[in-house]
Design a protein around this ligand. Structure first.
Ligand code: CUA
Length: 353
């Protein structure tokens, strides 16, 4: 086998491998539900159109230019002569022509991104739009519904088909909220309010993630947008406005002793603000800021050792202190909960449905 053939085969194999790797990565993305290729809202759809236009447009350009090169190679081939071909020095109409063609091409490719930019900037008219205040924390998200007097965390419950206007800020460092399948992504900054909007066409779970490096567990700062149909959403609002919580029992007592300084449960004396609001924890689909599915086993593992699921977390575990809290790097001591205590807490939290 000639060395040139070997080299070509190596390049081909590398190409196939790269494609396979990309495919596997996309498949993994799909499982995780953060693929831009599966738009589920108007902004994501616009972004998808822009992306597809770029991909198909550049593919057409690639084919046309390749054919022209191949044609030129064969049509003007002169293997024998050692002289330079006739030299052409400047051609006004050709130069002006290709400059104009280039500008026209760039303008065509700009249409979709500019349109997307306008769509991002202005939420569509919707008399039933709702407002949500988003606050980024290291490493979880707080969602407040001022029109309804509800506060929740890590799961943004929205009505499908309605515009949701988000005003975002941060409690500590810069975060960024992004939900690829719904489109839109913007910074949440301390001392400033940024605005964006989202809309989900259909009910479903849409995975989101912090997209701005924000410290040790940045990559684990997930959240979910849970779009519900109209009736489900109204029921959720009604339930959270008038929370009914069992205010007795071992789990409840332990919560008031060990957890209430940092967590709120509406309808109880627990009013802590350092950690997520846990009202109706049993409803949520995930725990620990979206890091695991909400099952009793996962919740128990989280209460035992937040550090092993989310390194740096400011919540102390049963036998480990919390991560260092800036700015003075203080730590919370271990909660000293026994296995039975943890189970009682899990039963209490999961029982809030
Ligand atoms: Cu918050 Cu990255």
């Amino acid at each position: 086998m000639s060395s040139r053939l070997k080299r070509s085969l190596a390049v081909l194999a590398a190409g196939v491998l790269a494609l396979a790797g990309g495919g596997a990565a996309l498949a993994a993305e799909k499982v995780f539900g953060q693929s831009l290729l599966e738009p589920a809202g108007p902004q994501a759809e616009e972004l998808y159109k822009a992306m597809m236009f770029d991909i198909y447009g550049t593919a057409v350009l690639f084919v046309v230019i390749s054919l022209m090169i191949v044609y030129a190679i064969f049509r003007f081939r002169d293997g024998k002569s050692k002289d330079l071909p006739p030299q052409v020095d400047g051609n006004r109409s050709l130069e002006v022509g290709w400059a104009l063609a280039l500008v026209a091409g760039l303008v065509i490719f700009l249409v979709h991104p500019v349109k997307a930019e306008f769509i991002y900037e202005t939420p569509p008219e919707d008399p039933e739009a709702i407002d949500v205040k988003v606050i980024g924390h290291q490493w979880w998200w707080e969602f407040q519904y001022p029109q309804m007097g509800i506060t929740t965390a890590n799961e943004l419950i929205i009505p499908a088909g309605r515009v949701v206007r988000l005003s975002m800020t941060s409690d500590d460092v810069m975060h960024s909220l992004g939900v690829p399948r719904l489109g839109g992504k913007d910074e949440a900054m301390p001392g400033r309010v940024t605005r964006m909007w989202i809309k989900a066409d259909e009910p479903g779970n849409y995975q989101g993630q912090c997209m701005q490096l924000c410290g040790k567990s940045h990559a684990r700062m997930y959240f979910r947008v849970v779009a519900r149909d109209r009736r489900d959403f109204d029921a959720w609002v009604e339930q959270h406005r008038n929370p009914k919580v069992q205010t007795s029992g071992k789990g409840y007592d332990l919560f008031m002793q060990k957890c209430a300084a940092c967590h709120t449960i509406d309808g109880t004396p627990a009013k802590g603000r350092a950690g997520p609001n846990l009202t109706y924890m049993g409803h949520r689909t995930s725990i620990g800021g979206g890091i695991r599915e909400n099952t009793p086993e996962n919740l128990a593992a989280w209460i035992e050792s937040p550090q092993s699921l989310k390194p740096g977390a400011f919540m102390p575990g049963a036998r480990e202190e919390s991560g260092p809290m800036p700015p003075n790097q203080s730590r919370f001591p271990a909660t000293n909960l026994s296995k039975e205590d943890v189970q009682a807490l899990v039963d209490f939290l999961e029982g809030m449905k």
